[in-house]
Every structure is written in structure tokens, then in C-alpha cells.
Write a protein that binds this ligand. Sequence first.
Ligand code: ADP
Ligand code: MG
Length: 288
Amino acid sequence: MEQASEQNMSGQGGLSAGDTRIGVAVREHATYATAVKMQIESFTLAYGQFVAVKEVTMPIAERHVTAIIGPSGCGKSTLLRSINRMNDLIPNVGVQGAMRLNGKNIYDPDVDVVSLRRRFGMVFQRPNPFPKSIFDNAAYGLRHDRLAHRALVERVEQSLRRAALWDEVKDKLSQPALSLSGGQQQRLCIARAVAVEPEILLLDEPTSALDPIATHKIEELMIELSRDYTIVVVTHNMQQAARASDSTAFMLMDESRAGRLIEFGPTRDVFTNPKDRRTEDYITGRFG
Ligand code: ADP
Ligand code: MG
């Protein structure tokens, strides 16, 4: 990736936790030298006449957590929903530019959108388990796979373990998912999403409805899951981006309210040594 360099990895001469502008430790990154999973190229999206995201170019690195931050309304969710073409479900959406997944533009006319969407997992702000059992929720994405019961049980266990939920639910898999706490429900939604082995996991403010302990668990989980999965997380919690992501994209609205990418880089750099004055103003709370 273009931002991979010795310089980035060593930071600003041994910065410690207290040195970030927001006072939380930035995650220690193993490496930035990972492959690009998706390249977003001059991507623009309009809802009817209203341009919500304009000319965004950024990479999404494989097995890496990429955070998208910025104030409400700057187009974070729109950009995230464009990554699996969920916005196509909204009438009058127009797009320009490209999003290349493993090199192939997902907006090419020959792409089958239904099978494309199956390659992504998505988790939203409010936990949204189905009114079914814990087991059936985790197994939901596998229902068409015609797995033997035993194989299905194994996949469910594996997904619940990956979502750091297994120990809490293994004795009550047949109980309703809705009997779980909010944080457990959100981890169940993550289990449901990872059960199908998505190529990219998309999380839209996954902790904004959760308490600090549940939030912490999800952040740990994102870091853990990024060993195996490519993760993109929208958050307006800057501490969360600093703690749990490898790369950060900062967006703002321009004069016409179009969402623009202001800065993109290794999380450490964005939070310790932002290149753009507007990023600095935002992360230090001087914004607006
Ligand atoms: P964020 O997630 O950063 O808060 P959004 O992507 O949700 O921002 O919204 C960006 C802009 O697009 C906002 O002005 C919002 O009102 C508008 N918008 C979002 N969804 C739709 C939609 N389905 N139709 C029309 N406008 C929308
Ligand atoms: Mg949003």
C-alpha cells in the first residue's frame, strides 16, 4: 500500500499513549504492509440531485480495521453502504467512479448484486437479531448451504466463538436471541455475519447503542477478527477509531453538503500528526 513505510510504522520518535491528541492509546499496529482488498476510486454517490459523497479515493487493506470518522451527515454510512451496493436498494441513487474488490469493479454492469452482497457481512447501530433462537440466528446465513446437522452445529459454535459469545450462550442456544443483553445481541449479530465467511465485514456505528463494557468487548473483538477478516467500521467515537483501527478515513461535508474525504492514513498518523488542519480541529474538538 502507498502509505506503508518504515517512517509510518515507527511513528514520531516513540510516541506513547498520552501523545495522541485525544489522550487514548493508539493501537500498536503489527504492520501496514498488507494487500489492498478494495480500492475505492473517485467514488461519488447522489440521492436524486443531492450529492452525498463526492470523489472519495481510498484503499481498504486486507485483514485490517479501517475506520471512517467524521461528523453526523458527512456521508459515512452512505460510503459504507456503497461497499456492498446496499444503496442500490434506494430509488434514484446514482454513482460514479469505482470500487474494485480484488481488482474487479463491483459497479460493473455484469456484476450480480445478490451474490455480491453475500460476500459481505453487515452489522448496524442497533443490534437486530431475528426473533428466533440464539442458534437459529447464528445459523441464519447458512440456511441455504444444506449442511448436515453436525456440520451446521460446528459452524454455529465456531462463529459464536469468533464473536466472543460462545461461553456466555453455549448452555442456552435454544433460548430467544432477544433475551440476551444489548451487547450480547450485537456480538450475536457479528457471529451471524461472520458465519458465512464474508470477504469484508462492514460495521456501522456498532457500539453506539451499547454501554462502555459492551463497547470495549466489541472493540477487542474487531481487533481479534481482523486477523482473519477485512473490517470497515463507521464510528463517530474517535477514541474507538484510535483504539481499534489500523487506518482512519476522516470525512467532512463541503459547502454543498457533499461528503468529502479530508484525510486518510495510518490511524497513528491521523491521530498524532494529522496532515490537514481540519482533521486536527476535529480530533481536538475544535470543530464547528
Ligand atoms: P453519516 O452516516 O455520516 O451521518 P449519511 O451517509 O447517513 O451520513 O448521510 C449523508 C447525507 O445523505 C445526509 O445529508 C443524509 O441526509 C443524506 N441521506 C442519507 N440517506 C439518504 C437517503 N436514503 N435518501 C436521501 N438522502 C439521504
Ligand atoms: Mg451514519
